[in-house]
Structure formats: structure tokens, C-alpha cells
Design a protein around this ligand. Structure first.
Ligand SMILES: CC(C)(COP(=O)(O)OP(=O)(O)OC[C@H]1O[C@@H](n2cnc3c(N)ncnc32)[C@H](O)[C@@H]1OP(=O)(O)O)[C@@H](O)C(=O)NCCC(=O)NCCS
Length: 179
């Protein structure tokens, strides 16, 4: 049986590999911006200082390969973002919720679309997960586009359930059947 920490997923331009504690300083350098946190939950904080980066990596290396598959994204050996999937619980244990983000300077080059394609293939081929879902905020059409380009379909919208930094918006939900 393969060990999750040894996993390497190659995409056209990038490599996905599990998080390592020595990613922390570069992580805080690329993640410390409102532009990313605006579209993520408070688990992806702003400011994103070194202790926050260490907590993030600790969280994202817990239960790895069993109920959580979290990857650092590397481009030319440099950390540029993260992506992953987390297994649902109880009657949703056959499903997983995905997430992804990139440092701002890497936006707009098709990288998230490429990464999500690789994550979907990994989840289909290397795990028992049957269905993926993703949620996002009403003000994030770029992320919706990344999902639709990867064959996810919109399953619904929860009106006004997101409040981030005192601004309220909808939560959209996308899904994709893997098998
Ligand atoms: C969302 C995110 C991952 C996208 O990464 P990316 O590498 O720039 O995405 P891609 O280049 O692969 O694709 C983006 C698509 O959205 C489109 N897009 C960008 N801004 C848009 C907007 N305001 N309205 C509609 N479409 C938009 C792009 O044109 C592109 O589609 P196209 O290829 O058909 O032209 C990145 O912006 C990010 O990290 N954001 C912060 C974190 C985040 O939002 N994570 C997802 C939470 S659900």
C-alpha cells in the first residue's frame, strides 16, 4: 500500500504533494492577502502570519490519506497554492468536499483548472470517494468557472448564508459524480 506522504501528482505544469512543515514560511508569504481570504472560510485567515501557516499545515496533515487529502501546489519547485479534499461524515462518508487556492500572482493562467483536473483524477483513481462537492461565495464567478470547466454541475444556491467581514452573499454548491 502506498504511503500518502510519498504521493506526487504531476500535472502539465505543476506537482501536487502533501504539505510539509517547512512550507510554512513560503505559505505565509503567498497567502497573506485579503484577496484570497475574501473567497475562503475563516480557516484561511488574514493576516496569514507564520504561526497561522504552521497551524494550517498541522490541520492539513491530520488524517492524511484516510479522510483528508490535502496538497501543496508546486510550480518550478516553488509553493504557489494548495488544494485538496475532505471526506464527509456519517451518511456522507462516500463523498468529499474539495477546495483550492493560488497565490494572487498565479491567477488567470489556467492553473486552477489544470490542478482541479488532476485532483479529480486522483480522487477517482486512488480513493474510495464516489462524489465530490464544492461550495463558494456569490462574488466568486472565477471559481464557478473552474468547476464548470471540470465538469461539475451547479446543484443549488443557499441565499445569504455567507457573511464575511460584514458583507453578506449567497453560497453556491457544485457537485461531480466520480463513479
Ligand atoms: C479561484 C481561483 C482558484 C482561480 O484560479 P485561476 O488559476 O485564476 O483559474 P483559471 O485561470 O484556471 O480559470 C479561471 C476562469 O474564470 C474566469 N474568470 C475570472 N474572473 C472572472 C469573473 N469575474 N467572472 C467570470 N469569470 C471569471 C477566467 O476567464 C477563467 O475562465 P476561462 O478559462 O473560460 O477564460 C483563484 O482566483 C483563487 O485562488 N482565488 C482565491 C481562493 C478561491 O477563490 N478559492 C476557491 C474557493 S471556492
Amino acid at each position: 500500500m502506498s504511503i500518502f506522504t510519498d504521493t506526487r501528482v504531476h500535472t502539465q505544469r505543476c506537482i501536487l504533494r502533501p504539505w510539509q512543515m517547512d512550507d510554512a514560511s513560503r505559505l505565509s508569504a503567498i497567502a497573506d492577502t485579503r484577496d484570497i481570504s475574501w473567497n475562503t472560510s475563516y480557516k484561511f485567515p488574514y493576516p496569514f502570519d507564520l504561526p497561522a501557516a504552521q497551524r494550517f499545515i498541522m490541520f492539513n496533515t491530520t488524517n492524511s490519506g484516510e479522510s483528508s487529502w490535502q496538497f501543496a501546489i508546486l510550480l518550478d519547485e516553488a509553493l504557489i497554492g494548495g488544494c485538496g479534499a475532505t471526506r464527509g461524515t456519517d451518511v456522507q462518508s462516500h463523498t468529499a468536499v474539495i477546495g483550492y487556492w493560488l497565490g494572487v500572482e498565479y491567477w488567470g493562467q489556467g492553473i486552477a483548472t489544470e490542478i482541479l483536473d488532476a485532483l479529480v483524477t486522483y480522487m477517482r483513481n486512488e480513493t474510495d470517494i464516489e462524489q465530490l462537492s464544492a461550495t463558494g461565495y456569490g462574488w466568486n464567478p472565477a471559481s464557478e468557472r473552474v468547476l464548470t470547466k471540470n465538469g461539475f454541475t451547479k446543484e443549488g444556491v443557499r441565499k445569504g448564508v455567507v457573511k464575511k467581514w460584514d458583507k453578506t452573499t449567497d453560497l453556491w454548491i457544485y457537485g461531480k459524480q466520480l463513479r
